[in-house]
Design a protein around this ligand. Structure first.
Ligand SMILES: O=C1O[C@H](COP(=O)(O)O)[C@@H](O)[C@H](O)[C@H]1O
Length: 249
């Protein structure tokens, strides 16, 4: 598949400004997708960084700008916990965005962890295939975060899922956290029309630098696997961008 993944950098002075930048990008992509294809499909990220973005999207300033009835929400990864658990990516997104928007049940596709990680991954692969039908599963937008160890979604360093060649969901045992997670594979994430990383804070600066400018080593820096067929955007604050060499455009 042709790659179009020269990263487009969007650097803002504060995390709050970055969040507004991503919210505007989200709205633009949602409106464009609905105009072009009649619906908007998005894979949400988890962890701590996106909660404020989701709250912003549900706030009056942004929620009126999207036809949410035509939006379909998936998850890039999930922890192997019930949806009520404080660690659940679904719970975070539901509290901050999905419940406030009052979406219909058929618009939100959570990863069902009730049967264990392997079955969760198998079932989620099937859920995605059934939603997209015979067409390739191409999300209009994939939101991603970046761990300070350069993981993204739940593509963690030195895990077998980094070598998965199929566009699918897979379980992964994360040694450093002594737990399973479920993640979309890099080939599936890379089918997206647009991928947007949201990264802020000085603790992420080294990972940002390694992923973007380090020598290629996907075992150490799994986010280097993200080379989408569509656009690749990095939304950073100055602290997270601090180790990038400035370029003059
Ligand atoms: O574990 C996760 O971490 C990454 C990065 O999260 P952050 O808390 O450092 O912002 C995130 O992309 C992923 O979805 C999440 O499960």
């Amino acid at each position: 598949m042709a790659r179009n993944s020269t990263p487009q950098l969007h650097v803002q002075p504060t995390p709050e400004a970055v969040l507004h930048d991503v919210a505007r990008f989200f709205v633009t992509r949602a409106r464009q997708a609905v105009a072009d294809r009649g619906r908007f499909t998005v894979a949400l990220s988890g962890g701590s960084s996106p909660r404020k973005l989701y709250e912003l999207l549900a706030s009056p300033a942004y929620r009126t700008q999207v036809d949410w009835a035509k939006a379909y929400f998936f998850f890039g990864d999930e922890r192997n916990v019930p949806p009520t658990d404080a660690e659940s990516n679904y719970r975070m997104a539901a509290e901050a965005l999905l419940t406030p928007l009052g979406l219909a049940a058929g618009q939100v596709f959570a990863i069902d962890t009730s049967q264990g990680p392997a079955e969760a991954a198998r079932a989620y692969t099937q859920t995605i295939q059934e939603f997209f039908g015979p067409e390739p599963a191409i999300f209009d937008l994939v939101l991603l975060g970046l761990g300070d160890n350069s993981h993204t979604a739940s593509l963690f360093p030195h895990t077998p899922v980094l070598h998965e060649a199929l566009p699918a969901a897979r379980e992964v045992y994360v040694e450093e956290k002594q737990t399973y997670r479920i993640t979309l594979t890099a080939p599936l994430l890379n089918q997206a029309r647009a991928v947007a990383f949201l990264v802020y804070g000085a603790d992420k600066a080294a990972a940002v630098q390694h992923v973007q400018h380090g020598s290629r080593n996907v075992e150490e820096f799994p986010a280097q696997l993200i080379e989408p067929a569509g656009e690749l955007h990095w939304f950073l604050d100055v602290a997270a961008a601090a180790l990038l060499v400035p370029t003059h455009e």
